[in-house]
Each structure stands twice: as structure tokens, then as C-alpha cells.
Design a protein around this ligand. Sequence first.
Ligand code: K7E
Ligand code: CUA
Length: 679
Amino acid sequence: MEEIGKTRNWTKIAIAVLLLAALAMVFLISCSDQGEEGSNESAAVQSAVSGDAAAIAQERGLTPDDITAALKTYTPTGVHDEYIMFASGGHSGQVFVIGMPSMRILKEIAVFTPEPWQGWGFGELGTMEVLESGNIGEHELTWGDTHHPALSETEGDYDGEWLFINDKANARLAVIDLRDFETKQIVKNPIALNDHGGSMVTPDSEWIIEGGQYAAPLGWGYSSLDNYADDYRGMVTLWKFDREAGRIVPEDSFAMELPPYWQDLCDAGKKVSEGWIFCNSFNTEMATGGVESGEPPFEAGASQRDMDYMHIINLDKAIEVAQGGNTIEVNGFPVIPLDTAIEEELLYFAPEPKSPHGVDVAPGGEYMVVSGKLDPHVTVYSFEKIQAAIAAGNWETDEFGVPILNLDDVMEAQVELGLGPLHSQFDNQGYAYTSLFLEPSVARWSLGGDYAELNDDPEWSLVSKIPVHYNVGHIATAEGDTVSPDGRYLVSLNKWAIDRFQNVGPLLPQNFQLIDIAQPGDNLQLLYDMPFPSGEPHYAQIIKADKLDPWEVYPEVVWNSHTQSPDPNATLIGEERIERDGDNVEVFMTAIRSHFTPEHVEIKQGDHVLWHVTNVEQTYDATHGFTIPLYNINLSIEPGETASFEFDATEAGVFSYYCTEFCSALHLEMTGYLLVEPE
Ligand code: K7E
Ligand code: CUA
């Protein structure tokens, strides 16, 4: 039987190869007016396809599907990817930049965790300052649990300028400048110790949403779990982003107190629902755990009720209330109290089944999609119906007095998809995609309303499913959470890899799977498996590569990348010097292939040293590194950049500093002596 199957496969391969040969012929004919070179090349393509390709496919045991997948993803040398994916790095605390469809990792962006290649957190003053601003009091934090990257948007579409990401473990938010792919700011949430529902942006990135998760007394305080309903609270924080300055402005930001349900993910309304935000929640049971004392464990206690509450927040009105000063201060940060939120009609609930996860707003803003982890459906809410229900004033309230709209009044549809639905994304063909953790697979389903005319499938129906390997969390489609999704590709961010790769010991990589979603209907193709070896990424966003316009080198040979302006301590060639003022020594150094100037720095034990290095190169990719042994100093100085560090020369000795980037044939000679004379 197997043999017959194999023969059939080979027949299919032969057909696929013939098709390719035919394609090559068409290509050859269409190129025939391009002169001899073009036609030679085409002939070469044709013979490679018809001859070698079949032999290679046979030798490697490739199926016809494998061959098309390879053709759809293979990216020749020098060819750039069409899309760029920004993936959270999970507990690496970083962000990863990945080209698509090749799935090549292009960069790790250091965010919450020191990273030596970028000289992030190894003495360079700007990086130390950013990392230190994320500390909690005296407590130095050297990692993060990055969850949800958010690209900045203009009118609901990615604009390629900024990237935001949250640290779930410590409730922090970071701002990354996409001119140089560097983290510029970390802010610590003043009222919560951890978060989850961040970061999401409003359609013009004026506000960055950071929702909470595990309720606790606001302001990092203490209260016994016996006082849970009274003292514990949920929250959502709205950070004001100043695009001009490229910074979050904490003084203009605020939070809203919420009942101690566990707020989960949020999404900003867009188009028709712009000015509102939506957060799902779970543990409306207010379970407090305690399995060790005979209480139901959280997983059971927090899953008793059939419904939790989607939080519907009138953001525009909340901004007015906060700016009007109708707030209390918690840790010096303005918070709209829950009672005020209710009185001012800022907050409503809609029931959502059951232990929900994820809330995703459709491209036009008309619908909110919520998945119930323990319910086989996605529930779709209509913004229009929500508005009508609010206007009708027909509701009950929860024990805190928050209005709960009737599910029947606000629901547009429920679509049965399968087991363990989590997160949804959208495309340009009227489809939504939802990850099914337990199956594990990704479901394609059709939207209704105005989206129905974009495909031939019946509205609000399951269209297709594709298995993924294994245990999918988030999924990301190209620009799939904007007002104009591209479709084309979907990446399934799978938590478990199990047998997909060579065993590398009990700790396995995650598995990103690239799926072709370009064809409508029951037509999804798995293209590529990419092991992800650093932390557990949760979410990713995928942007069209041509929307990004980063610098090749810094704009001027004096650049401070933290202020994004000329550095007063920059040193040009001929200006190198060592200045001494008592025990304080200041070094002004240049770096250019293949030397540092000066090459001797002679100081005394006990000196305090402030040292600036300017890379005076303006050549693309001519980065120099700089390290001094023992003192834990390591910098990356990109073309045009000035980097500074300081240290106390407590140890006497001879320290060879050198360039850590292999920058030229004489890179090993790019060195110098730091001589610290004993006291
Ligand atoms: Cu579903 Cu943190 Cu977005 Cu993980 S969350 S999967
Ligand atoms: Cu500069 Cu090696």
C-alpha cells in the first residue's frame, strides 16, 4: 500500500515539476525580448527545474506540497523580505524582528534585559538610564516578560515609526524608536505590580493601553486576601504618547479603577468605535485560590460561572473626566475611582462565555470578537447594538454597581469553531482567524455584515481549519489588527514544538508556523516551521516592509541615540584628549577602522573615569564595539554614534580595551592599553 502511495506521490511531483517547467517556458518567452542574457538565464531556470529539481525532490523525499511551500518561502541571497514581523520575546524580555516569508531572524531588540551585542546595559550611560528607569525603587530588574508588541498607527494603520511593548511580570511599558530600532523609554506602572492587557494603541497612537491582570491593592500596597472584594482592584492605565518627543508622558497619563476581576486583553476601538476600548476579563467569581488549605484551586475557582464580563470603556469621556481632575491619587498617579467611572457612564459590561481570552476589534470597528477558552464559540458583539443598549438603559448591575448589558441585546453572532479558542485576527477577504489551543489548529471563519460580500462563504460560519504543531497561543496575520489587513500570511505562535525539531534537551524551542492564507475558502497551506529559541513569545505584529524607513547610519557624526540629537561630548578626529580634574578623568576618544585614538589611557587607581567614544564612520554597517575587561564595560557604537560610560578605577593593572565587532582586516589591531597605576 505504501509503495502505491509513494508512486502516486511521485506522479504528483512529476506533474508539479512539469508545471514548473511550463512556467519557466512562459517566463522564457516573456523574457525573449530581454536579449541573450535573459534568455540564457531562463534556459538555465528551465533545465534546473525540469532536471535537477525532480532529482533533488526525490532524493529528499519532498511532496508536491513541500515543493510549493519551498517556492513560496525561499528567498535568494540579497533579496529582502516583503513583510517584517515584530515578535515579543516572552521571558527573554526582548523583541525579535523576523523577515517574512523567509522567517529569517533579522534582529533582537534589547528592551528589558541587558544584551551585550547592542551594548545594552553594560556601562553605556544612555542604556543604563533607560534600564534603571524601569526599576522599582531600589529593586533592580534585569529581565521582563514581553507579551504584546504594538506598532504605532496613523488613522488605524501601521505607520512604521514606533513600537511599544509591555512587561507582564512587572507592569512596565517600553517605547522603541523604529528609526534605529532602539528602546528609548521604559515606564513602570505606578499602581500595579504586574499587567497583561498591554500594549495596544488607539488609532493615532495618542494613547497606549496597559490593562491589568491579577487584582491586587492598587499602589503596590498590602491587604489580606480575606478583604479581596473590598481592597483588591483591577485597573486599566492609559499612557499618553507624545509622538513629537517620542516619549510617553506620565504626567498626562491616568488609570481607571476596575472591579477585582482579572482584566485580560484589551483592544482599542477603531473607525466607528474609535474613542472606546474593550477588555475581556475572567475570574468574575473573585476566587482567591488556596488549594493547600482545601480551597478550590484557581483553575477551578475562576471557572465556575458561565459568563465573565467584557469591559466596555468610553475612552473619550474618561479622558475628559481625568483631565477635569475628577480623580484620586495613587502613588502620585491620577486614578478615576470605580464609583466615578460608573457615575460618569464610562464603564459597562457585556457577558462573555466562558473564561474568555482575547478581544479583537474587526477592521471597520463594528464588531468585537471574544473567545471563550472553555466554550467552543467565538462571540461577536456589535458596537451599534452596544450603543443602542447603553442608550436604552436596560441593564442589571454587578455587586460594584457596574451596568451589565444583556447579552442578547449586544451580540451579533456566535460561531462554533472548536476547542480552546484564544485569539483572532483578520484579513482582506472577509475572514477572521482564531487560534484553537486545544485542537490545536487555526480556524478560518467568515464575518457577516459588510464583510460578507468579500467571499463566497455563508456569513458567520466556520470555513476551514488547519492543524498546527502544537498548542497555539496568538496568531498574527499581515497587518491583521489594523483597519486594512493585508491577508497573505498568517503566523501561528505555537507554545509546544515536541517532535518538530531535533531534540535539544527537555527545554524545547517554540514553533512559529507560517501559513499561506491568500486563497479563499478551504484552502490554507502550511509553509514553514521556524524554531524560536529565546523565551516564549506571545504576540507578534506583521508590517509591510516598505513602511519601515530606518536610518542606515546616524544622521550626523556626533549622534546621541538616546536624545536623538547631537551629543555635546562627541569627539571628532583631532579633538581626542584626556582631561583630568583632581581624581576625575574624562576621556574623549574616536573610533575608525582600524584604531581608537588615544591608544594609551593612563590613570591612577581610585580615579573616577568618564569616557566618551565617537564612531566617526559614515559607512553603512561600520559598527565598532568597545570593551574593557573586569569592569563589565561593553559598548556598541554604530556609525555616527557617541557612547559614554563611567566607572571607578578601583583595580590597578593593565587592561587591554579592544573593538568587539570584526570591522576590518586589522580589527585585531583595533585595541589600546588602559594603564591603572596602583595607589
Ligand atoms: Cu494569549 Cu499574554 Cu496575549 Cu499569551 S496572552 S497566548
Ligand atoms: Cu572596530 Cu573591530
